[in-house]
Structures are given as C-alpha cells and as structure tokens.
Design a protein around this ligand. Structure first.
Ligand SMILES: Cc1cc2nc3c(=O)[nH]c(=O)nc-3n(C[C@H](O)[C@H](O)[C@H](O)COP(=O)(O)OP(=O)(O)OC[C@H]3O[C@@H](n4cnc5c(N)ncnc54)[C@H](O)[C@@H]3O)c2cc1C
Length: 451
C-alpha cells in the first residue's frame, strides 16, 4: 500500500481533487456556495490541499476500533490508507453488516427498502487489510490498554477509537417490551423502521401520526423535521384527511428552519401541526389509541413515533468516558482524544466536539482521528489546520429535497471548532434537482466509507 491522501482520493473515484475544493465539500470556505452534492463528501480535501501527507514507511502501532458505523469505519480505512501495512487495525462491530440511518425516512414512505440501506464490511476488510471482527466490546481498560469482548477475550491496543453511536433513553410509559413495540423510535435504522412503516400502512385515513423530538443535542438535527415532511407527504396522497402532530422539546426547529417552516406552513398546511417546547412527560399505550402527555398538553395518536433523548454509546458510558454535559464524551477537538482517558479517541455521535451529530461529519471525524493517531505514532504534533464540514440532504416530498451545509474551522486559540461565515447555508427551496443530488451524495458518501 503506497497511497498519498491525495492520490487515494482520486483513485477512489469519488470526486476529483479540484472539484472537492468547493464550499459544499468544505474544502474552501471562501469559495462560492454550491449544491453539487458529490463534492460534499470530500471535506478532508481541505486538509490535503495544505500538506498532503504521504505514507511514512515504518509507522507501526496497534489500533482497536469499537463500532463499524459512519465514523468508526472511516477511521479504520484511513488508518490503513495513510498508515501503511505496519499499522494494525482491528475493528470490533456487533452486527454482521451496517444499516444506514441516512435515507431511512424513505423506508417509511416505501421509496426505499431497508435492504437497500444495508452495507457490507467485506470491501474494507479485503481492500484495506482492516481486521474486522464481529463481537461486542463490554469493557475498556485505558490503564492497561486493552478491551474486553462479550466472549471474555481481550485485545491489547496502543490507541483505541470508540465509535459506538448513541443509546436511547427509555421514555416514561415505555418501560416494557410490549409498550416499546407499539411506540418505536426508528432512530436506529433496522427492525423499528419496518415496524413504523407497517404502522403507517395500517393507520386509518383521517388518523393522527404523532412524533416527538427530544431536546438537542440528538443524532441528525434536521432528521425529525425531514421525517415529519415525508410522512405528511405520504399521508396526503395515501391516507387523506390524516394529520401529523410534531411535539418538539426544543423551543424551535433545530436545523433548516426556513425549509421546514415553509413546508409546514405551505405544502403541509392543515396536515402538520408543529408544537414547540413540548417535552414528553409520559406515554400511555392504551388498548387502541396512544396518549402522549407533554408539557404543552396531551395528544392522542393512532401511530406514535417517539424519538427519545440520546446519550453516548453504552460502552462509552460504562467506561467513564462520558464526562461532558448530557452524557456525551468530552474530547480534544483537534484529535478527538478523550479528555477522560489518554490514548482513547471518541468519534461520531458519541462525542461532544461542538459540531453536529451526523454521518457525513462522523466520516470526517474518523479521518481526523486517524491522522492524529498516525502523527502521534510518528512522534509528530497533531495537525491544527483543520476544516470539517457537515452536509445533509432532506427529502421533503417524494420527488423533492433540500440541503443544508456548514463549514467548521478549528481554532487553536480556543481549542474548538468555529463555524465559518454567518452560519449554515440551506437550499432556497426543495427541488427535484435536489432530490437527484441527494441520491448522488448518499452513494458517494457510503461508497467513500464502505468501499
Ligand atoms: C432518520 C435519520 C436520518 C439521518 N440522515 C442523515 C443525513 O442525511 N446526513 C448525515 O450526515 N447524517 C444523518 N443521520 C445521522 C447519522 O446516521 C449518524 O450521525 C451516524 O450514523 C453516526 O455515526 P456513528 O459512527 O457515530 O454511529 P453509527 O453509525 O450508529 O455506528 C455505531 C456502530 O457501533 C456499533 N456498536 C455500538 N456499540 C458497540 C459495542 N459495544 N461493540 C461493538 N460494536 C458496537 C453499532 O452496532 C454500530 O454499527 C441520520 C440519522 C437518522 C436516524
């Protein structure tokens, strides 16, 4: 393996280097905004444009990664791409394959099947020499530098990356399996997504779909509003007279405000009722309809989709790494190294790094952590000239989508990321072009992570 970062990007066939230097790609915050979706996956090009590091032969070290999701798998791949064959990377993932949360809202409307969102680990294993093992990590020992798996085996490491995603709190009233099978969150794509799809199919015309949104931060800031839109659009066409009630624990829409406010008041006027500052107190799964008691009153739903508050993945919580407010892992923003345990990096949704919890950005956190670890193995200081970006496409109807993008620059004086410019940019309106760009962006991002 003898790739430089730049040659790999070209070899990967994702998007050429110069194309990547667009705003959506996060490469050049001063370049004009673009909606070119494909370029949005190559935010790391910003770093490579400055000092494309080459593989330094003789770099050695053992890295164990917990979790093969958007962040963990990107880290695993790039450790090998940039580290060379002397860097041993072992990734422990509890599932045999990965199911993408991204675009899983379209399973609810029948535009995607859940199987179309399933990704295999085989390519990263074969092409990059990552040792990917199925198992569950149940213990992290940062002092003796080893992890313990559920089968009681242990693995030593020089550096550990924890990327286990999130855990979901249990909402009052949903303590039993029976209650949780009636009110699913489907905020982790998989069986719950299919259950929610079937509940929607079974809902009577003129029925009520109630969604609840937890207080921020949660996984994918625009995701719940996107779900409200695509479900409203589907109900409008398939179950006339139905309503969507959105109970949001936050004081207002958390992302793409213009897009969602416009959609709720326009396209979905009379269908979507948006209620801000409505935190869930309890849910009562009665024999037929379901009662949601919130701080703004009680509503009754035929189908209730309650997205609970979230915290760092269980292994992060259990290992004492969740030392930031709200149960997230505090990290040094330039390296994603834990502020609770040296030699342990926490990336993806589990960490609190001042940037959104999203798959696109998780991919870049994986690359940033990989680069920092390789530099540490070589006795170098971390790169602090960092730019990462976030990009999300939101389907609004069955044929239109909007987009949101933001660029974050690391500020060494504060040790944190600062948003570049006045804030995130969002599409002027959802379009059919946006919908096809969304599919292109998704294919590129998933290919860049899993292939
Ligand atoms: C409906 C929806 C839509 C979304 N849309 C977008 C979007 O448009 N754009 C975007 O950028 N993001 C989107 N997201 C967010 C995105 O899916 C997450 O931010 C992203 O998956 C986080 O990556 P991660 O690697 O931290 O966690 P995950 O992708 O959840 O991966 C964590 C992995 O760790 C494994 N794991 C956990 N614990 C252990 C353990 N102890 N041992 C072994 N393995 C373990 C899990 O099995 C899992 O495979 C969306 C999310 C949802 C729910």
């Amino acid at each position: 393996m003898n790739y430089t970062r730049r040659t790999w990007l070209t070899a990967a066939g994702a998007v050429g280097f110069s194309t990547a230097l667009t705003r959506c790609g996060g490469g050049d915050p001063l370049a004009p905004a673009t909606t070119d979706a494909a370029s949005a996956t190559l935010a790391d090009a910003a770093r490579s444009r400055r000092t494309p590091p080459t593989v330094v032969s003789g770099t050695t070290g053992r890295i164990v990664i917990v979790g093969g999701g958007m962040a963990g798998l990107a880290a695993a791949k790039y450790l090998r791409v940039w580290g060379g064959s002397g860097v041993q990377v072992t990734l422990i993932e509890r599932n045999p394959s990965y199911t993408s949360n991204i675009l899983s809202n379209l399973v609810l409307t029948g535009q995607r099947t859940i199987s179309s969102l399933v990704y295999s680990y085989a390519t990263v294993k074969q092409n990059y020499g990552v040792d990917i093992r199925q198992g569950t990590v149940v213990g992290i020992d940062p002092v003796n530098k080893k992890v313990t798996l559920a089968d009681k085996s242990t693995l030593p490491y020089d550096r550990l990356i924890a990327a286990p995603g999130v855990v979901f709190d249990v909402l009052p009233g949903l303590e039993t399996d029976a209650a949780r099978s009636r009110v699913v969150h489907a905020w982790q794509a998989g069986p719950e997504t299919t259950i929610l799809r079937n509940q929607l199919l079974a809902m009577p015309a003129g029925g009520t779909f109630v969604m609840t949104i937890p207080a921020s931060p949660y996984r994918c800031p625009p995701g719940p509003y996107e779900r409200a839109c695509v479900v409203a659009d589907w109900l409008k066409r398939n179950k006339p007279g139905s309503k969507v009630i959105v109970l949001d624990a936050n004081a207002g829409i958390q992302a793409e405000r213009h897009t969602f406010e416009t959609a709720f008041a326009g396209l979905f006027k009379g269908i979507v009722e948006y209620v801000p500052s409505a935190a869930v107190n309890s849910i009562d799964t009665g024999p037929s309809r379901i009662l949601v008691n919130s701080t703004m009153g009680t509503v009754i739903g035929d189908v209730v989709n309650a997205i609970p508050p979230q915290r760092a993945g269980k292994i992060v919580l259990d290992s004492g790494l969740a030392n930031a407010v709200g149960g997230w892992a505090g990290v040094k923003a330039a390296t994603f190294e834990s502020t609770a345990a040296a030699g342990v990096h926490v990336i993806g949704d589990s960490c609190s790094a001042g940037i959104p919890k999203a798959g696109h950005i998780g991919n870049q956190e994986g690359k940033t952590a990989a680069d920092a670890i390789l530099r540490a193995f070589r006795g170098l200081a971390p790169d602090t000239d960092l730019v990462v970006n976030s990009a999300c496409y939101s389907p609004i109807t069955a044929s239109t989508a909007s987009w949101l993008t933001a660029v974050y620059q690391y500020d060494a004086s504060t040790g944190s990321y600062k948003i570049v410019g006045t804030g995130p940019s969002e599409a002027a309106s959802p379009t059919s072009d946006g919908y096809s760009q969304m599919n292109k962006w998704f294919t590129t991002l998933m290919g860049e992570t899993f292939a």
